[in-house]
Ligand binder design. Structure first.
Ligand SMILES: CCCCCCCCCC(=O)SCCNC(=O)CCNC(=O)[C@H](O)C(C)(C)COP(=O)(O)OP(=O)(O)OC[C@H]1O[C@@H](n2cnc3c(N)ncnc32)[C@H](O)[C@@H]1OP(=O)(O)O
Ligand SMILES: O=C(O)CCC(=O)C(=O)O
Length: 334
């Protein structure tokens, strides 16, 4: 417990730093070990990350970079999201999600009606985020030089309607991905405004990326759960947890096995963030039959079959191959 508390304190110091200080301190419980002697598994050699930053990601499974995306770009993403809400633009392949609390109510062309847009790879305005050179520079430290943008989201977490459905249960993103290796996948998540505990910031379990993929299923929430919002039932509730408070433009990069979620939005505002999951173009698809991922495979296949009027013979891997876009380097297996 003492070690856990000490580690959490160091993490908080890292997160509380002012915007200019983006370096992470060595956070390992074995902090007497010099950073450069620790074997590195999750990060690649490059000229960008400082040894302390590499060590921080290795130990904690995430890295927060302050002020990475400009206010001008953020305004551009927000403006496009509003156009989508007003139905002024139609984006091929875009998945529009409404919180389960309002899913059956009448659609109004306003940001209030849309909780999340997903798969915006055909929208040049939003996809600009996935191609930002300053994001890709960091991504390359985890994926290597050949980079695919695999999954895109703009999340507009609504003020909670009183049923706590605006929460996102604790999960590992790898649950959704039929490609590997996990260490060459990373998520970039950028705050489009200040996010803190009041509007439902990300909550993470530092170091959990060192574990294995856990079984996921729908949480038993009284007020309802959003479609496909699977969570881990039995994670250790005494594991240190960090609320990632971020300012507009701050970006967190995290490993797909890192256990994370987000809290309820207790404000009147719509909490916005944009994200992209990247993978090395050298990753390969796996068959998830017989694994804990079978349940999400089935759901995705059913939705894809309905959406594209196909039978359920559509493969889980195909739904990902349709989404993936090369953003740097040369295409290989994905
Ligand atoms: C696909 C894999 C994603 C990989 C993610 C990578 C890791 C990131 C971690 C996550 O973000 S986990 C969550 C990922 N999943 C989503 O974000 C959900 C994406 N949303 C959707 O696919 C669609 O919004 C959905 C299929 C749920 C509904 O879209 P539709 O265009 O089919 O909506 P429609 O209005 O026609 O409603 C169809 C049915 O779904 C119901 N529905 C709509 N929104 C819902 C909702 N939010 N929750 C539950 N049910 C919902 C709706 O009431 C209706 O029910 P009935 O058939 O009984 O009438
Ligand atoms: O933005 C959020 O509230 C949570 C996002 C998240 O955990 C995810 O999409 O994996």
């Amino acid at each position: 417990m003492y070690r856990a508390a000490g580690r959490l304190k160091i993490l908080q110091q890292h997160l509380d730093r002012p915007p200019a200080a983006i370096t992470a301190s060595c956070t390992s419980a074995q902090s007497v070990t010099p950073c450069f002697t620790v074997p590195l598994r999750y990060t690649l050699d490059n000229d960008l990350l400082l040894p302390e930053q590499r060590h921080f990601y290795e130990e904690n499974g995430f890295l927060l970079i302050r002020d990475l995306v400009s206010a001008e770009d953020i305004d551009r993403f927000r403006a496009e999201f509003e156009r989508i809400c007003r139905r002024e633009v139609q984006v091929p392949g875009l998945v529009v999600m409404r919180d389960v609390a309002i899913a059956k109510s009448e659609f109004v062309p306003d940001q209030k009606a849309i909780t999340k847009v997903q798969d915006f790879q055909e929208d040049p305005e939003l996809f600009h985020y996935c191609q930002l050179p300053q994001i890709l520079k960091y991504v390359e430290c985890f994926t290597g030089p050949n980079i695919m943008a695999m999954h895109t989201m703009l999340i507009n977490k609504p003020p909670d309607a009183g049923k706590k459905t605006s929460r996102h249960p604790m999960h590992q993103d790898l649950h959704y991905f039929p490609f590997r290796p996990a260490d060459r996948i990373v998520c970039a998540w950028t705050a489009l405004e200040r996010v803190d505990r009041s509007n439902g910031c990300l909550v993470i379990l530092p170091g959990s990326h060192k574990g294995t993929l856990q079984e996921h299923d729908y949480p038993n929430w009284e007020g309802g759960v959003n479609k496909m919002y699977h969570g881990i039932r039995n994670y250790h509730t005494d594991h240190p947890r960090v609320h990632v408070v971020m300012e507009k433009g701050d970006t967190v990069f995290f490993h797909p096995l890192l256990i994370h979620g987000s809290g309820m939005n207790q404000t009147e505002g719509f909490r916005k963030a944009i994200s992209c999951h990247y993978a090395s173009a050298d990753c390969y698809y796996i068959d998830v039959k017989g694994t804990t991922q079978e349940n999400i495979e089935k759901e995705v296949q059913e939705i894809a079959a309905r959406k594209y009027a196909l039978d359920t013979s559509i493969k889980f891997q195909d739904t990902w191959a349709m989404r993936g876009r090369l953003v740097q380097g040369e295409r290989t297996s994905l």
